[in-house]
Design a protein around this ligand. Structure first.
Ligand code: 1YM
Length: 633
């Protein structure tokens, strides 16, 4: 491994380039990009921890929008660089400076990480770096995108070691953005799970909040956390192994729930789109369970469990360390591991350990297998039932009742068809009246939908409202759900723009998340956004989404206008409802997306589960659910 030293720094480009095209360096200049600045600096602290130096990181959000990141590592080197500049000046002003970009460097990352501290400096109003090292405190200060304001100088003595970086992001670049305490906590908690022993503190000085994350048992604690509110079937199973320089660590646990929840990481970076390691893991468990079931006479000859059967109710974290020479990432966001070796190694480590575990823990093995076999039976029964419905055989009176409320689309181009789930019979009636009959189907929902997070499996299975939805979509439920069978390319939730409406949205999203998750993963679930107001003068009527827009329009229309506030969908007439909320030419749809399964899982728990306090806290802090994309469609 090439060791970082003060001469191995390559000078590639000036900071000007970064300010000109920030997106190229940090992905975007929205909230996500803003947080990226913190991740960049924190990544350097984490690298220090990974290399064995330091065990504490603290992030402080200040009232003025600046942020401080402090670690207790060795401290950034403070000597002079060959160029005649101090090393910190080089590290914080020259793009791609630092050992981590050299061939054979220690830093390995999967995405946009590691573009460097200089990028953060380039996008800051000012940056202040204080280094505790060799008995001295040194400080250097930059302003306006990385210009040295005060060169490196000694400002005192110390016994500590470490690095402290404070910066004020340039909010002219990150317009209307601010740091989110919750986002930072969520990410830091994940890092604390992956780097056991490390303590990470997050402090919000404005809202006077703080959190501390420290886990001695790493990914075991991670799985315990993910399963916190579930009835688990056994203690977390934990194993590791390595081959050809690739290290594999796995923690897994089954619960009574029906969801599968697998998170994977490579070199401490999340692989949100999975990859070869996840495939290997899945193959490994399927093989181990099938072999055990067959050799113990639990499965009859010729029968076998599918992967989805043995993953029902499974929560797992897979963490790999892969040498840089073997790293391959795929996909648009580079969130998918491509390294072929990772597959076979993860598979064999998983298979060997699980096989051993199953032999040693008969009782637990039977419990898990029982569950898997139930899944298999349910899957097969559902498939048969569905086939019958398709063949028109299973149309009994019950199903006819179920379908009575549904106004179907006449068109047979399923991908183009849309199902509107509408709050209330009256809005449902309007929607039925004024829709595009060829492509738009309407299913009115009466009152609140069942909270699937709290309800039992039986309640859910027998709930009429949810059954209607299942029947309308026609693509199965749970592990049997297949989005390719959906009767609709878009499922659109349409509720009033009030608290009850939001509640119904969340209840429905919870249902879809739990029982038709691929629908969300495939980007097929949407939320309609009805206008809040209309404003009209003698020339025109304009529909308006929020208060800000209303103010703008008032200014524009000056003097004579009439404002109408729509409290609910029912207050619009059928034509208005179609034009503003359903017509593809004018409506605004929000796509529900699911970028982070573990987080979504946790969030659903926080928001829909039994504990009130964390829910309140979360809602106060955040307005957006997992609804990130907002676009006209
Ligand atoms: C709050 C941010 O940057 N800590 C930090 C950074 C570095 C070192 C220690 C360090 C590394 C090495 C030797 C080495 C460095 N990062 C870079 C670069 N905290 C923070 N702590 N001695 C100290 O890598 O060999 C250079 S030094 F370029 F990667 F950013």
């Amino acid at each position: 491994m090439a060791k970082y030293d003060e001469t191995s720094i390559k000078i590639l480009e000036g900071l000007e380039a970064v300010r000109k095209r920030p997106g190229m360096y940090i992905g975007s200049t929205d909230k996500r990009g803003l947080h990226h600045l913190i991740w960049e600096i924190v990544d350097n602290s984490m690298d220090e921890v990974i290399n064995g130096y330091g065990d504490a990181i603290k992030i402080t959000l200040h009232k003025d929008g600046s942020v401080t990141i402090l670690d207790n590592g060795r401290g950034v080197p403070t000597g002079m660089h060959a160029s005649g500049k101090s090393t910190p000046e080089v590290i914080y002003t020259i793009l791609h400076a630092g050992g981590k970009f050299e061939e054979g460097g220690y830093k390995v990352s999967g995405g946009l990480h590691g573009v460097g501290a200089s990028v953060v400096n380039a996008l800051s109003k000012w940056m202040d770096v204080t280094i505790y090292k060799d008995g001295k405190i040194c400080n250097i200060r930059f302003s306006n995108g990385g210009n040295v304001e005060i060169p490196l100088k000694v400002i005192g003595d110390t016994k500590k070691t470490g690095t402290m970086v404070t910066f004020l992001p340039d909010y002219e670049i990150f317009k209307n953005c601010s740091f989110s305490y919750t986002t930072i906590c969520e990410r830091m908690q994940e890092s604390a799970f992956l780097l056991s022993g490390l303590t990470i503190e997050v402090v919000d000085e404005e809202d006077k909040k703080e959190a501390k994350f420290h886990y001695e048992d790493g990914i075991i604690n991670f799985v315990e956390y993910m399963n916190e509110n579930k009835k688990t079937l056994h203690n977390v199973i934990h194993f590791n192994g390595s081959k050809n320089g690739i290290e594999v660590e796995v923690a897994m646990q089954y619960s009574e729930s029906f969801n599968e929840n697998i998170e994977s990481f490579v070199n401490h970076v999340k692989t949100g789109d999975g990859g070869t390691h996840e495939v290997g893991f899945k193959t490994g468990i399927t093989k181990a369970f099938n072999e055990y079931a067959k050799s113990n006479g639990i499965l009859k000859n010729g029968q076998s469990l599918e992967g989805s059967d043995v993953r029902e109710g499974l929560t797992a974290v897979i963490s790999l360390k892969v040498p840089e020479s073997l790293l391959q990432f795929e996909g648009q966001t580079k969130g998918k591991l491509g390294t072929p070796e990772a597959r076979s190694i993860t598979e064999s480590v998983t298979y060997e350990h699980l096989k051993f575990f199953l032999e040693e823990n008969k009782e637990i093995s039977l419990m898990i297998l029982n569950k898997a076999i139930q899944s298999k039976n349910a899957r097969e029964a559902a498939r048969k039932a569905r086939e019958q419905v398709r063949k028109g055989m299973g149309k009994n009176s019950k199903e006819r009742v179920l379908s009575e409320k549904l106004a179907k689309a006449t068109g047979k181009n399923y991908e183009k068809n849309e199902l509107f789930l509408v709050e209330g019979d009256s809005a449902g009636g309007s929607a039925k009246l004024y829709r595009n009959r060829e492509t738009q189907a309407i299913l009115p929902l009466r009152g609140k939908v069942l909270n699937c997070e709290k309800a039992s499996q039986n309640d859910i299975a027998s709930n009429a409202e949810l059954k209607q939805i299942e029947y309308a979509i026609g693509a199965g439920l749970g592990s049997d759900f297949d989005p390719r069978d959906s009767n609709y390319g878009k499922v659109i939730i349409m509720t009033d723009a009030d608290v009850d409406g939001s509640h119904i949205q969340i209840l429905l999203i919870t249902f879809f998340y739990r029982f038709m998750r691929p629908l969300i993963e495939e980007g097929m679930l949407y939320i309609a956004t009805p206008p809040l107001y209309s404003i009209s003068n003698n020339k025109e009527t304009i529909y308006i989404a929020d208060d800000e827009e209303l103010e703008e329009m008032k200014q524009k229309m000056k003097g004579s206008y009439k404002i109408q506030r729509f409290k609910g969908l029912g207050e619009m007439n059928a034509e208005e409802l179609y034009e503003t909320t359903m017509d593809p030419a004018h409506r605004r749809l929000m796509r529900v997306n699911l970028t982070d399964a573990a987080l979504a899982e946790k969030r659903i728990h926080v928001l829909m589960g039994d504990h009130v306090e964390p829910r309140k806290e979360w809602i106060n802090e955040n307005v957006d659910f997992t609804l990130e994309d907002d676009f006209r469609k």
